[in-house]
Design a binder for this molecule. Structure first.
Ligand code: BES
Ligand code: MN
Ligand code: ZN
Length: 499
């Protein structure tokens, strides 16, 4: 999809569809006002008739509107004038582009960034418009045989009232496009099935990124190197599978001259399929455990967005990746393993495997002397029980880091909710035979998983994002969401002082 930000007139634009906002109480946005004048009051007529009330997210498609050159006009309700908040604006964008997708329009001009949104400027509005358009028009059909649906929609123009706004908007569009690219990669990797997206494949995709972007360097550790490093916990998860484990390390250097600048490290859980191992999962819905590498997919997507934007920052990504299967050599409940940190772990449930691979990756991260480490993982079913599919679970050993991530989530409507990592939860992980058990029982399941990880993240500022509920959708709309790429990219933008 080609994207352009420029000054445009809704009367004279020859696009396939103009997207314009209307408010409740018959009030029009500036572009709707111009269309209204050109069409002898058609828009105000429609509002008066009550066919469109202007409530947030309502849409109405018009064709052959007199006095304008565009083939279609898509009116979108933006609620009461000057009262639209972040949530409302995202609803407006999502519904507008979803309605556009149902038409045969190849091009569109979007006037929605002219609508006032509480606490946000023009650049932000353009950035989010581009991102949501990218999200809505995403499709994954590479594994369907026969004729591939060609993307019908090819060009989006964003209208700006002045040249100065067009310049600001262009920066927003550039960022939006980078985030879309990152989300697309993340969703593609996640949607691929476990028989294609294996640990070897995932690591190979990391190498491909290093080929594509000069600013990225890739290293892949095989099982022998990991054994030498003492990653007994990670390797214990891979034992039941025919697929060998890998650890992918990507380094992005956006600050060449000051190579001493500490990097931010993102760690992504890359379980390419989670059968549960010997503690086998129940059968229903088990296919969705191909999504157990969404953490990995999201940190790779974030890296792509950062490389596209050429952000002046040093960023490392670590992806521990395995397949969790119940083979003859698989880890058994009761087995005790030694992690790279030296701490021993009694594996009481082989289905709590994410933390077992993440802990060794967290220890490995120490060597980068990181400014902060953020791990991203589809870690617990308990997270889905607590927060549903709306919020990502957040835990951290540093309040400022937690705040920054929560804020980045709010600004991008890719929100997280903080859970406590209080001392009182730690004893739930006590083991009679090892330094700790890998599960803490039913109570506070999301938190005890965080507590487990915290024991391997003592040497730096660290945050944990449990994306078990937010990384993908089930049912009719089954598919990866690309979350939390928007939140992570926003956090990194803030780190370099760009908002
Ligand atoms: N990948 C799962 C968590 C998960 C389950 C994510 C459902 C999304 C939807 C993870 O490896 C797991 O199996 N966790 C166990 C931990 C338990 C055994 C302590 C869980 O949540 O049931
Ligand atoms: Mn599991
Ligand atoms: Zn898992």
């Amino acid at each position: 999809m080609k994207i352009d930000v420029k000054t445009l007139n809704p009367k004279t634009s020859r696009s396939d569809c103009i997207i314009a906002g209307v408010h409740t109480n018959g009030e029009l946005s500036p572009s709707a006002e111009k269309i209204d004048q050109a069409s002898n009051g058609l828009i105000s007529d429609i509002l008066k008739s009550g066919d469109l009330e202007g409530k947030t997210g309502q849409t109405l498609l018009l064709r052959k509107v007199p006095g304008v050159r565009a083939k279609r006009i898509l009116l979108v309700g933006c609620g009461e004038k000057d009262k639209l908040d972040t949530a409302g604006y995202f609803k407006v964008l999502k519904n507008a582009f979803s309605a556009l997708k149902k038409t045969k329009a190849k091009t569109a001009v979007c006037f929605l960034p002219e609508i006032t949104v509480e606490k946000h400027d023009y650049q932000w509005k353009v950035q989010q418009s581009v991102r949501v358009a990218g999200e809505v028009f995403y499709q994954f059909d590479r594994l369907k045989s026969g004729k591939k649906k060609k993307p019908v929609f090819t060009g989006l123009e964003i209208a700006a009232a002045t040249k100065a706004l067009a310049d600001k908007g262009s920066e927003g569009a550039r960022r939006g496009e980078a985030i879309v690219k990152g989300m697309q990669l993340s969703r593609d990797l996640a949607n691929l099935p476990g028989n294609i997206c294996t640990p070897t494949y995932l690591a190979e995709q990391g190498r491909e990124l290093a080929k594509k972007y000069k600013s990225i360097k890739a290293t892949v550790l095989n099982e022998r190197s990991m054994e030498k490093l003492g990653m007994g916990s990670l390797l214990s998860v891979a034992r039941g599978s025919q697929e060998p484990a890998r650890m992918l390390i990507l380094k992005y250097e956006g600050l060449k001259k000051s190579a001493s600048t500490k990097p931010i490290v993102l760690v992504g859980k890359g379980v390419t399929f989670d059968s549960g191992g010997i503690s086998l999962k129940p059968g229903s819905g088990m296919d969705e455990m191909k999504y157990d590498m969404c953490g990995a997919a999201s940190v790779l997507g974030t890296m792509v967005a950062v490389a596209e934007m050429k952000l002046p920052i040093n960023l490392n990504v670590i992806v521990p990746t395995v397949e969790n299967m119940p083979g003859g050599r698989a880890t058994k409940p009761g087995d005790i393993v030694t992690s790279m940190s030296g701490q021993t772990i009694e594996i009481l449930n082989t289905d709590a495997e994410g933390r077992l691979i993440l802990c060794d990756a967290l220890t490995y991260a120490e060597r980068f002397k990181p400014k902060a480490v953020i791990d991203v993982a589809t870690l617990t079913g308990a997270c889905v029980v607590a927060l549903g599919k709306v919020a990502t679970g957040l835990m951290s050993n540093n309040e400022q880091l937690a705040k920054d991530l929560l804020q980045a989530g709010k600004a991008t409507y890719d929100r997280a909710w903080q859970m406590p990592l209080w001392e009182e939860y730690q004893p739930l992980l006590d083991s009679n035979f090892a330094d700790m058990a890998n599960i803490g029982g039913r109570d506070g399941g999301m938190i005890t998983a965080g507590c487990f990880l915290s024991r391997f993240a003592k040497k730096y500022d660290w945050a944990h994002l449990d994306i078990a509920g937010t990384a993908w959708l089930s049912g009719k709309n089954k598919g990866a969401t690309g979350r939390p790429v928007p939140m992570l990219v926003q956090y990194l933008l803030e780190q370099v002082g760009a908002h």
